[in-house]
Write a protein that binds this ligand. Sequence first.
Ligand code: UT7
Length: 350
Amino acid sequence: MLRSKIAGIGMYVPERVFTNQDMMQFMDTTDEWIQERTGIKERRFAHRTNETTTTLGVEAAKIAIERAGITPADIDFIVFATLSPDYYFPGCGVLLQRAMKMKDVGALDVRNQCSGFVYAMSVADQFIKSGMYQNILVVGAEKHSFGLDFSTRGRSVSVIFGDGAGAVVLQPTQKENQGILSTHLHSEGTNAEILAMYNPGTHANHWVKEHKLANFNDGEMGDMFMSHAMIDDAQNFPFMDGPSVFKTAVEKFPQVILEALTANNLTTTDLNMLIPHQANLRIAQFVQKKLKLNDNQVFNNIQKYGNTTAASIPIALCEAWQEGKIKEGDLVCLAAFGSGFTWASALLRW
Ligand code: UT7
């Protein structure tokens, strides 16, 4: 049976470390609050002008491609997941194709936020299994630091996020016990607005009345793609009802992990490593407890990097592998939940 395997993996985080103490210079917050509520000690912030979401992705991709033993010219399809693209359009995929001087291969951008990487990998997996492509580059990258409200008004969102990138090269494998076993994708749009960045956008407040969006001003504010009033109202920054997101996350994470295991006639005791999307250490710990996983079965690095959204899973997967915590033949589960809501999992044999 033809499957896809991860032939190479890479990660890149910017050099600049931004600690919780650094955050305190800009807003009313404390190291204790951030660590207690999220587990985060520090995150990386990209260089303001020299680094973009695409260039972060390029750095991770170079490593993944080299480790796969190929060159950028061998890549025959690109899937790029991000919520912080260099441009509203075109997407980062084509910018990466240009920067890495690749052939004029297809480039697809995925906009599924926290579950973006798992969605992207699932898309790539289907192209490999169908025999259409042989070397697919899947990237998750974010430059959050450019689009966060660093005043006290935005503190419940801004302290969480960090910049970084991760990438994998998927290739076909015929080996019996290797590669992606299955992927599981879900969405539920009822709560689309509780974790969202509203502007720039074309909604013109269309959803305001229907969904009783308390945080939205009706009327003239929605008449344009972007206006001074929207900026004054912080609608150009991400909005999150954190506690509501938290409640749904701790319900959906275990569900989608068990769904992947059950689909393959496996159980939590078979799992060597769970790589949860690094949203909040408390969420990951809750999931671990609920599924009765031991400390060696779950990898977290949010303490160092914060929540890097589409990049968090490939960064964590790469670091776990680099630290020798994932070995050949290991059963690994990737799981994510976030804005949309969308949630997803992938089960693979390393
Ligand atoms: O990756 C995408 C998916 N996202 C997630 O999964 C995030 C899920 N949610 C969370 O991780 C948590 O809800 C947060 C970390 C965002 C917030 O933690 P919380 O324990 O839910 O806090 P809260 O929003 O209920 O706020 C508690 C208090 C509030 O003060 P009052 O009203 O109790 O006086 C906030 O104003 O903490 C205050 N607060 C802060 N205080 C110091 C909010 N942010 C901060 C801050 N520093 N940065």
